[in-house]
Every structure is written in structure tokens, then in C-alpha cells.
Write a protein that binds this ligand. Structure first.
Ligand code: ADP
Ligand code: MG
Length: 260
């Protein structure tokens, strides 16, 4: 295994997009496994009440004793909620209770800083912490953007031409101004790429100029392999080690590291 990074505190990266079904969770699981393959100590945090990341790593969110909900509402210590997973990554699971977390936090001063504060307690134990956001721009996602040093925006190639990225970038601008000056957009991650589509090739070619933000490479190909992976509690890097999708995520992981 390559030597581990000696960086003092983990680099926190949020994967966010207020749209659902754009491969946020798939990208968190796959990039997490890819960083682990590179010898990084990786922590994944499931910030979506739907708990798809938790499921996909083989943990039943209904069975967990405590989840990120308990951590954010002050009922549990983060260190006691971490699960070791088969893919060589650690996970802070979600649970359905997370659907009520935002209303619990609403009356609290400094509610956007809670995740940042609790992650600081384990930052020395990890090289990279990936935050899997829910499809909204609510308090949980604001917590993620406040805790993060970098933002990755997964986006299916067929949606790259739409306006959705603009709205997220407006939020990022507000977060930078008010909550987290250090936040930078690492880039858009083009997902579900169909290389036979001339239209997708075209939008991929000009998305960087359209939003003037970096575009991570290579694009992640659309493949049925991704639908199969979560059923067995492992990412595509384990279930289809040499597939094009797995190779693409490994290459994107290196691209991300080169931009940090
Ligand atoms: P999000 O977290 O943004 O809601 P998911 O990661 O859950 O998105 O992905 C949505 C669906 O798309 C899932 O069923 C997943 O298996 C599928 N999917 C993700 N990436 C790909 C891909 N590259 N090719 C085909 N299907 C994919
Ligand atoms: Mg998801």
C-alpha cells in the first residue's frame, strides 16, 4: 500500500446537488472506495434521511443504535457512531430520524456550524471525509457546505445544460460570504455519460465555460453495474473491479487529489 498522507486534519469534501438521482450517493461510495485503495483513511457521512449510502454499505438504517441525527442533536458522540465497512471506509450512518433533524436544529443559534464542530473531533483520524448530501439546500446541506473545504457537484451529462447548477452556485456564494470563506468548488463531476450521444459530448465540452468552474475528468459512464452494487453492500469498485465505471471513479479520485 502507498504511504498514508501525513496531513494533520482530514480534508472535508461535500458532494451536493439539490436534484435527486444525479449519482451523489454512488459517487460518495465509489470515490470513498477509490481513496481507500490509494491508502487514504476515509470517513463517509450519510446526511440524507433516505439513508441510501448507509444501505449501500450493507448497514440497515433501522437497526443502527445511533445515527448522524443523534450526533447533530447532541445525543451521541460522533466517535461512538462510526461503523467500519467492508470497502475499507468508515461510515457515519443516517436513519429516518434525520428527517426531523432540521426542525430540531431550527431554533438553535449557530445551527449551520454543528457538523463542522463535531467533525473537528475526528479530523485527525482521517485523510478524507466525504459528505453525502440530501437533495435539498436545507439546514443539513448548509451544515455540509459549512464543514467542507471543497464541493463536488455530481451532474448527469444530460442535465449539464440546464440551470440547476446556477442555483447551487448561488447558495455556495452565500455560504462563502457568511458561513465558510474557505469553501471552494472542486468541480462538476459529469455522471451517467453516454459516449454515443453527440449532444452529451457537446454539453460536456462547454460546461466548464458555461459556469466557469472546473470539470472533473473523466466523465463517469452510464452502466447497469451501478444498480447492482448496493444490493450486496459493496461499491462498484469491489463488485466490478475492472469495469469502466470503477476505472473512471479511480481516475476521478486522482483528479480530485491533484486539485486539493
Ligand atoms: P443521488 O444520491 O444523487 O440521489 P444515486 O447515487 O442514488 O443518486 O443514483 C441514482 C440512481 O442512478 C441509482 O439507482 C444508481 O444506481 C444509478 N446510477 C448512478 N450512477 C450511475 C451510472 N454511472 N450509470 C447508471 N446508473 C447509475
Ligand atoms: Mg443520494
Amino acid at each position: 500500500m502507498p504511504p498514508r498522507s501525513r496531513a494533520k486534519g482530514a480534508t472535508v469534501l461535500a458532494l451536493a446537488n439539490q436534484k435527486g438521482g444525479v449519482a451523489k450517493t454512488t459517487s460518495v461510495a465509489s470515490l470513498g472506495a477509490a481513496f481507500a485503495e490509494l491508502g487514504k483513511r476515509v470517513l463517509l457521512v450519510d446526511l440524507d434521511p433516505q439513508a441510501c449510502l448507509t444501505f449501500s454499505l450493507g448497514i440497515d438504517p433501522d437497526e443502527v443504535e445511533a445515527s448522524i441525527h443523534d450526533v447533530l442533536t447532541g445525543k451521541a458522540d460522533l466517535a461512538n457512531v462510526i461503523h467500519e465497512c467492508a470497502d475499507g471506509v468508515d461510515l457515519v450512518p443516517s436513519s429516518i430520524e434525520l428527517a426531523g433533524t432540521e426542525s430540531v436544529l431550527l431554533g438553535r443559534p449557530g445551527r449551520e456550524y454543528i457538523l463542522q464542530e463535531v467533525l473537528a473531533g475526528v479530523a485527525a483520524d482521517y485523510d478524507i471525509i466525504l459528505l453525502d448530501c440530501s437533495p435539498s439546500l436545507g439546514v443539513l446541506t448548509l451544515n455540509a457546505l459549512t464543514a467542507a473545504r471543497g464541493l463536488i457537484i455530481p451532474m448527469p451529462c444530460e442535465m449539464l445544460g440546464h440551470r440547476g447548477v446556477g442555483q447551487l452556485l448561488d447558495t455556495v456564494r452565500d455560504v462563502k460570504r457568511i458561513l465558510n470563506k474557505k469553501l471552494t468548488v472542486i468541480g462538476v463531476l459529469p455522471t451517467m455519460y453516454d459516449s454515443r450521444s453527440a449532444h452529451q459530448q457537446d454539453v460536456l465540452a462547454d460546461v466548464g465555460e458555461r459556469y466557469s468552474i472546473p470539470v472533473l475528468a473523466p466523465p463517469i459512464p452510464r452502466t447497469v453495474r451501478f444498480a447492482e452494487a448496493p444490493a450486496v453492500g459493496r461499491s462498484i469498485l469491489e463488485t466490478a473491479r475492472t469495469s469502466k465505471g470503477a476505472q473512471a471513479y479511480r481516475a476521478v479520485a486522482k483528479d480530485v487529489l491533484s486539485r486539493l
